[in-house]
Structure formats: structure tokens, C-alpha cells
Design a protein around this ligand. Sequence first.
Ligand SMILES: NC(=O)c1ccc[n+]([C@@H]2O[C@H](COP(=O)([O-])OP(=O)(O)OC[C@H]3O[C@@H](n4cnc5c(N)ncnc54)[C@H](OP(=O)(O)O)[C@@H]3O)[C@@H](O)[C@H]2O)c1
Length: 175
Amino acid sequence: MDMVLIAAQSLDGFITKHSEPGTAFTSPEDKAYFRRILAGFDACLFGGETYRVSRDFIRERLPGPALRVVMTRSPERYAAEAIAERLEFTDAAPAALVAGLRARDFKRCAVLGGSHVHSLFFEAGLVDEVWLTVEPVLFGGGTPLLARRAEVGLVLQATEKLGANTLLLHYRVVR
Ligand SMILES: NC(=O)c1ccc[n+]([C@@H]2O[C@H](COP(=O)([O-])OP(=O)(O)OC[C@H]3O[C@@H](n4cnc5c(N)ncnc54)[C@H](OP(=O)(O)O)[C@@H]3O)[C@@H](O)[C@H]2O)c1
């Protein structure tokens, strides 16, 4: 199964502006691109914090993937919010989660943040590609792309200007 990490960040590497949760800082062009590309995935996953911040969007307005998986240490807390085959909550480790999706014949999974989930999947060696939008802003602080130290090599595969000042970078992860 292909695992693609998709994120938008400031030029200095933050996926939130300061302590504001959410992605209000991203450009209209990135928002349109994000909606468009999700159609190419049949599963996607989020961390519990991203789910709590963007609950309505993830539940009701997120286009694309049939299945949304939320990683939480307390899946039982969300039992009333779960929707079979549509919105699932799990405390499975990344390797078990991916093996479970593969066994159910899912083909392409988007890893949609936040930073803790990014780190978990890189640490498990389970990210194949990174699709990164770089917005033309500097924040000097915020939630970083990764929650913990890492050393991951990447090969640049493609670049695109999403808008006058917004760059999209496609990388393949070196294994
Ligand atoms: N710019 C972007 O592209 C982008 C993308 C996504 C998110 N964001 C932003 O990033 C922020 C959230 O990022 P974040 O790093 O704070 O949080 P996060 O990665 O979304 O979620 C962290 C949560 O994941 C769960 N978790 C962590 N380790 C786990 C494990 N080993 N097993 C199971 N569950 C585990 C825990 O949930 P429980 O507390 O429920 O146990 C933890 O609180 C939000 O403000 C969001 O809007 C930005």
C-alpha cells in the first residue's frame, strides 16, 4: 500500500501558525489542491489532536477517501462517533494499522497529520512519499512538521507552483 504524507507548512517548517490550531494560514490554492488530490486515495489517517481540531471537516466535508482513521490512545472514548467503514478510531501501532488496511485491500493511504502522527510513521519506516505545500510565510514558532528528532533522506521528484507564491514539492523517501 502506498503511504503518502501530505502537509502544508510555512517556509520555516511549521504546520500551524504559532499556537493557533488548524490550517487557516494555507492559501486558497492549497485548499483547492488538497480537496482535488484526496480523490486519489481510498484511506486517510489523522492524529487525535487533528481530529479534535477539525472534527466537523473530517466528519462531514472532507472529500475523497472512503475511510478515515483516527489514531488515539483512547479509542473507546470515541465509540459513539465511529461510523463503520467510514470513520474508525484506533490505538494500533503504525505497522499493525497499515497491515490491517492492506489486509482489507486498501491501496493508497494519505497520512494527514499532525506532527505526532508524521513522526510515528517516519519512525516506523512507513512513509513512501511526502507531498509538501510551502506557503510564503515565516512564523518563527508553531507546531513543527515533525514532533521529534529524525533523520530522513528525501529525493525530489517534482515541483509545481500552486499559486503565485505557493510551492508544491513531491519527494520520495529514501529507505
Ligand atoms: N498544516 C498541515 O498540513 C496540518 C496537517 C494536520 C494537522 N495540522 C495541525 O497540527 C495540529 C495537531 O498536531 P499534533 O502533532 O499536536 O497532534 P496529532 O499528531 O494530530 O495528534 C496527536 C494525538 O495522536 C494520538 N497519538 C499519539 N501517539 C499515538 C500512538 N502511539 N498511538 C495512538 N495514538 C497516538 C494521541 O491522541 P489522544 O490524545 O486522543 O490519545 C495524540 O494526542 C493541529 O493544530 C492541526 O490543525 C496541520
